[in-house]
Ligand binder design. Structure first.
Ligand SMILES: NC(=O)c1ccc[n+]([C@@H]2O[C@H](COP(=O)([O-])OP(=O)(O)OC[C@H]3O[C@@H](n4cnc5c(N)ncnc54)[C@H](OP(=O)(O)O)[C@@H]3O)[C@@H](O)[C@H]2O)c1
Length: 426
């Protein structure tokens, strides 16, 4: 907790936006961030706390006051007729707190420190994080994230929460000091990730079929490396792995990002399934083959990561692209199995689950309904930086699809998505 006795708690609809804009405009720095619902900003020798405003009565702008004995304080406030909003409760970050509404409707949170808890003990991890200039949050700031368990606790007893990762790993995804291979790194999400990791000083090797796309990326990012690769080619992957071992013996991160997405209208195509075969080859067999070919090299490293790029459509399929969605669901399943198999080794397995992002994947590069690529990459890097133990990287925009089933909304979202597509196609 910040040292100040009195701390304003300001409610904002979007914590990420509030951090960026307040730091940009007023020169504040981020002290700590707790998932998507809470953050602390350093303000001179004091601090302000940002909370997610979501309409719940205790998620409103308030004043936090640190007290010596919170239970005695609570008794006094209760006797004087103040409306108690949250009863006193111990929180895992070492504070016992209660919330109250005063006679004018102002909210107060009274807090007693009961333990000196390092953020890492409740799943957080503070580190210095410098965003590249191209990212929206172009600030050097201290970022911290927490695990899913705290996410639920901190939001109050009745609140539903969505886990960020489904399995705890003992090793962490570091965002610096790596040698990273990114398939499909010559465009879209792959290029965005390549540039972000390159800007942080990692050795980045991009791979893909189109030499001109690789060359354009290298020209814009001096020092980045490229190798041509077709992940559809079984023999090509074998030769590629041998070349990687020779040219980049320190390779410790494989990002299986290359993919294609094509519509398939079964009523029209009769028995021709060439598109479906290509999609399975590239999106599913590609990562399986490349992982198998590079795993011996990855296993030699003190710490290595396999990151597989799936999709929100792995969770709720878009009927227009049936094989694409099936490959993404299959890749998710494969990712979970190999993560389990590699448990206890120095190789971590991570799933990146993009929402609809502005790229050329299926002509959506300028679709205003898709998430802008730079915003997506910035949010991913923020998650990787703040929650290095996360095994599933889900930005806010994808959570509706990712947690559709858990939230009991699968049918509604499946029908809504596909009915809207059918109407648009008419
Ligand atoms: N954009 C979205 O809305 C979205 C949403 C969810 C998931 N994703 C996933 O994100 C990943 C990246 O897609 P993107 O949106 O960034 O689209 P993109 O710009 O079209 O990127 C796809 C990349 O994959 C590479 N690739 C395709 N076939 C390949 C092959 N046979 N061998 C090697 N590389 C190959 C392409 O390079 P070459 O053509 O030069 O080979 C290209 O650089 C994909 O796995 C996609 O499914 C995207």
């Amino acid at each position: 907790m910040p040292r100040s006795t009195v701390l304003p708690e300001l409610a904002y609809p979007d914590i990420s936006e509030a951090i960026t804009r307040l730091c940009d405009a007023f020169g504040f720095t981020l002290r700590i961030r707790i998932a998507d619902h809470r953050a602390q900003l350093n303000v001179g020798d004091g601090a302000v706390i940002l909370i997610a405003a979501d309409g719940e009565v205790y998620m409103r702008t308030a004043v936090m006051v640190r007290v010596e004995d919170v239970d005695r304080h609570y008794e006094r406030a209760r006797r004087s007729g103040m409306r108690i909003v949250l009863e006193p409760k111990d929180y895992p970050y070492g504070e016992r707190q209660y919330n109250v509404e005063d006679f004018a409707g102002h909210h107060w949170c009274f807090s007693q420190s009961i333990a000196d808890v390092d953020p890492r003990e409740w799943g957080g991890n503070a580190r210095r994080f410098v965003a590249p200039r191209a990212w929206p949050a172009a600030k050097s700031c201290l970022v911290s994230g927490v695990g899913e368990a705290y996410d639920g606790l901190a939001r109050g007893p009745d609140r539903k929460f969505q886990p960020i990762s489904n399995q705890e790993q003992t090793t962490n995804m570091k965002i610096t000091g790596n040698t990273i291979l990114i398939t499909g790194g010559g465009s879209g999400i792959g290029r965005g990730l390549a540039e972000a990791f390159h800007a942080l000083g990692n050795t980045v090797i991009i791979a893909g079929r189109r030499k001109h796309a690789l060359d354009a990326t290298l020209a814009a990012n001096p020092g980045m490396k490229a190798v041509t690769l077709d992940v559809e080619s079984r023999g090509g992957i074998r030769a590629f792995a041998a070349q990687m071992a020779k040219d980049y013996p320190s390779l410790n991160v494989l990002i299986n990002n290359a993919g294609i997405m094509r519509p398939e209208i079964l009523k029209n195509q009769q028995e021709d399934v060439a598109d479906a075969e290509a999609i399975v080859n590239i999106n599913l067999l590609g990562p399986i083959r490349l992982t198998a070919a590079l795993l011996p090299q990855l296993r030699k490293q003190a710490h290595s990561v396999i990151m597989n790029v799936t999709s929100g459509l792995a969770f709720v399929p878009l009927a227009l692209t049936p094989t694409y969605c099936a490959t993404k669901a299959a890749l998710r399943s494969y990712t979970q199995s190999i993560r389990y198999q590699l448990k206890g080794t120095t190789t971590e397995v991570v799933e990146l689950v993009p929402p609809y992002v502005q790229t050329d994947l299926m002509g959506g590069a300028s679709d205003p309904r898709a998430m802008p690529l730079d915003k997506y990459i910035a949010e991913v890097m923020e998650i990787l930086s703040g929650q290095p133990a996360a095994t599933e990287i889900c930005v806010e925009n994808v959570k509706r699809l990712r947690f559709a089933a858990e939230n009991g909304q699968y049918d509604a979202i499946f029908n809504g998505l596909n009915d809207a597509m059918s109407k648009a196609a008419v």
